[in-house]
Design a binder for this molecule. Structure first.
Ligand code: T1G
Length: 689
């Protein structure tokens, strides 16, 4: 846990709590003991705190939240540093996040290595820094800058940290020796610079800048208790002595830990990491080397997927059937990289290197040497089967053959090859070069090593790969189809498009279902229903009128002069009323709460079916997919976690009522949901299947 090595009057305390040196109870106690020992040791003049592994300290142990916390609590350990008569210097080699940075801030100096990351991300899990960060950081770097950093939760690198004054120096060489030198300098100078002793950055001008920033933050997120609490905590820097400010921070921090938003965000944090654990796979499952890639299709998706490989340093060939679409696709990719370089998000050298990793070619035979081929061609089964039967002839032995299909049957695609064990789905989300989520679709015959390789590749591409099974729409789109169907039904029963969208955005989505349909294009769903069946009377009627949405200036809403925000259209509302009458459906008004229940409960119900069919391994995977692929508000934890917070008894009872009211027996609670509701259970208590 903590190694204490004394040499030349300096005690180097090295933390070791793999995988990320989280400050759990045992590590806190070990550090506290080691500090007490070093402070009491007459041969020790100064102390350095270092850490093993690529992360310095990832913060408090989030898994301890919501449980009885064992002392010493982190503020108590940091108080020991504050009271130390001997200098304590932090040697930050990797990420110092949350309590990890607060530990460093309590030290008398901070030396960072090149790869250090410094951040207070607590806001992202619904809380605020709770070990002095809101009191020390403003005193070190100024209250406005500190507040902005804690509000974003984003870390800064070592150099930026030095510019701001978070760290005293960045060293390119050995970190601990440099920290030792600094510690002895402080001992020789008899100086113990404590952040808490400083108030030179807390002048009235700084306060005005901070207050403006705080007011804006609270206005933007009026319902986020931790944003208000963060503003209050930083404000205490101006209004209270340091010690009282620490106490105020603690008082604000404690209740936030149990806030439903914080619980949901912690669930999302761990669910995202648990998704990487796929039943039947282990670190011993063999993997295949992926050094080169080929992407079939230079469209928006194909180009975006190619960029993911180029960004990860993997050479990739983009293949089209003709030169013109190939060049258009490559031009689009070059334009995207040029834009990133222009905005400064990548350097010009990175732009050129990434573009240089993408080559174009006409003809499938160019995929012959690739370790993985990702098909991103037209979303039509005949096209895909033709490509895969060609690839079966062309691709090298052992190549992984992946389809980017968003809902088609991957087993049927694999069946046209003589190597179904090498075939699976990798469903990227558009825009592929931006969206993190990838549904990795395990087909019936996909070999474990192929699945394991694809999941690892997803991480290497800096994506969020989630393993799913084969069914129409896999997990994300299958649940989306449920919501779309429920939304269409609501229109017929009297809820207007803008009322439905308003209820959904008030729930926390960035966009409502009808604005989303207008953005994506009503023609896509219309064609899919024509190919695969299914009815959406209103959406189909609109599509048949050529109202495809934003791209035609009219859909569920109208977009005058190409406006991005749609406006109500009486013609649509009249069409809805007519359609309802034709279907003999009486109309009534709906409250936002009813709209939310009518839309979200069927999604949860479909999630229950998906779990029973083992299309998803665990409820958290469904939550991870909907948070990261469909912007389900993370502070609600995803559909399955949210349903648990509503109470499955309520969800099941309402679904039974919806089935009766609509005559749609697919609204009946799924067997798993019914069972959990009857037993008083929850999705969260289910173990991975
Ligand atoms: N607590 C518990 N477990 C953690 C953890 C943490 N803080 N951070 C990571 N893990 C686990 C994670 O679940 C995974 O477990 C493994 O470590 C590797 O994580 C008092 C109150 C540090 C940048 O929010 O951002 O301090 O799946 O896959 O990609 O004011 O982890 O292997 O079993 O993410 O290399 C604030 C959260 C806490 C940082 C490394 N700190 N962590 O990324 O690995 S609150 C955070 C991260 C706090 C103070 C407050 C990242 C990372 P498993 P990983 P990675």
């Amino acid at each position: 846990m903590v190694r204490n090595e004394v040499d030349g009057g300096v005690a180097v305390l090295t933390l070791s709590n793999p995988p990320v040196n989280a400050l759990g109870a045992d590590l806190r106690a070990a550090l506290d003991r080691a500090l007490a020992e070093a402070i009491a040791d007459a041969t020790v003049r100064a102390i350095v705190i270092a850490a093993e592994g690529k992360v310095f300290v990832a913060g408090a142990d989030i898994s301890e939240f919501g449980k009885v916390r064992r002392r010493p609590l982190l503020p108590e350990v940091l108080a020991r540093i504050d009271a130390s008569p001997k200098p304590v210097v932090a040697a930050i080699g990797g990420a110092a996040l949350g309590g990890g940075l607060e530990l460093a801030l309590a030290c008398h100096a901070r030396i960072a290595g090149r790869h250090a990351k410094l951040g207070l991300p607590e806001i992202k899990i619904g809380i605020i820094p709770g070990a002095g960060g809101t009191q020390r950081l403003p005193r070190l770097i100024g209250p406005e800058t500190a507040f902005a950093m804690m509000l974003s939760g984003e870390p800064v690198g070592a150099d930026r940290g030095a510019e701001l004054g978070i760290v005293d120096a960045v060293v390119l060489g050995d970190l601990v020796p440099a920290a030792r030198v600094r510690a002895l300098e402080l001992a020789d100078a008899g100086r113990l610079p404590r952040a808490g002793d400083r108030d030179d950055r807390l002048d009235p001008e700084a306060r005005a800048a901070f207050e403006a920033r705080a007011a804006d933050a609270v206005t933007r997120e009026p319902d986020a208790p931790n944003v208000r609490a963060l503003a209050e905590a930083v404000r205490a820097c101006f209004d209270r002595p340091f010690a009282e400010g620490l106490a105020a921070e603690q008082a604000a921090f404690a209740p936030l830990v149990d806030d439903p938003r914080a619980r949901a965000l912690r669930h999302a944090f761990f669910a995202e990491r648990e998704a990487a654990r796929v039943p039947g796979l282990s670190k011993d499952t063999p993997r295949r080397p992926i050094e080169t890639a080929a992407v079939i299709g230079a469209g928006t998706m194909g180009g975006g997927i190619a960029m993911c490989f180029a960004n990860a340093g993997i050479p990739v060939t983009v293949i089209e059937t003709e030169e013109a679409p190939l060049q258009r696709g490559l031009e689009r990719v070059r334009g995207l990289y040029a834009g990133s370089a222009k905005r400064g998000s990548i350097t010009e050298a990175e732009r050129d290197a990434r573009i240089g990793r993408i080559t174009g070619a006409v003809g499938l035979e160019n995929a012959g040497s690739a370790d993985i081929v990702i098909e991103a061609a037209f979303e039509e089964m005949g096209v895909k089967r033709a490509i895969f039967s060609e690839l079966d002839r062309i691709a090298k032995h052992g190549a992984i053959l992946a389809t980017n299909t968003s809902y088609l049957d991957v087993d049927a695609i694999a069946a046209v090859t003589g190597r179904p064990q090498d075939v699976l789905g990798m469903h990227f989300f558009s825009p592929a070069n931006v969206m993190r989520l990838v549904e990795v679709v395990r087909a019936e015959k996909t070999a474990p090593e192929v699945l394991a390789t694809a999941l690892d590749l997803g991480k290497r591409l800096k994506k969020l790969p989630v393993a799913v099974g084969v069914c129409f729409g896999f997990v994300g789109n299958r649940i989306l189809e449920r919501r779309s169907r429920a939304a269409e039904r609501l229109l017929l029963e009297g809820a207007l498009p803008h009322e439905v969208d308003a209820a959904v955005t008030a729930f926390g989505f960035r966009m409502g279902p009808f604005a989303m349909s207008d953005l994506a294009g009503l023609d896509i769903g219309w064609r899919s229903r024509k190919d695969f069946g299914g009815r959406a009377p209103v959406a189909d009627a609109l599509a048949e009128m050529g109202r495809f949405g934003q791209k035609t200036g009219r859909g569920f809403f109208v977009y005058p002069d190409g406006a991005r925000a749609g406006q109500r259209d009486p013609e649509v509302e009249a069409l809805i009323a007519r359609t309802a009458a034709e279907h003999g459906i009486a109309q009534r008004s709906f409250t936002p709460e009813e709209i939310v229940a009518r839309l979200m409960y069927p999604m949860v119900n479909e999630g229950a079916r998906i779990l029973s069919e083992k299309i998803a391994s665990r409820p958290g995977d469904i939550d991870t997919i909907w948070i990261n692929g469909y912007n389900w508000p993370a502070w609600r934890g995803g559909p399955m976690h949210w349903a648990d917070t509503v109470g499955l008894k309520t969800v099941a009872a309402d679904l039974e009522r919806f089935a009766r009211e609509t005559g749609d027996d697919s609204q009946e609670p799924a067997p798993l949901l019914k069972k959990l509701a009857e037993e008083g259970g929850s999705f969260g208590a289910l173990k991975a299947a």
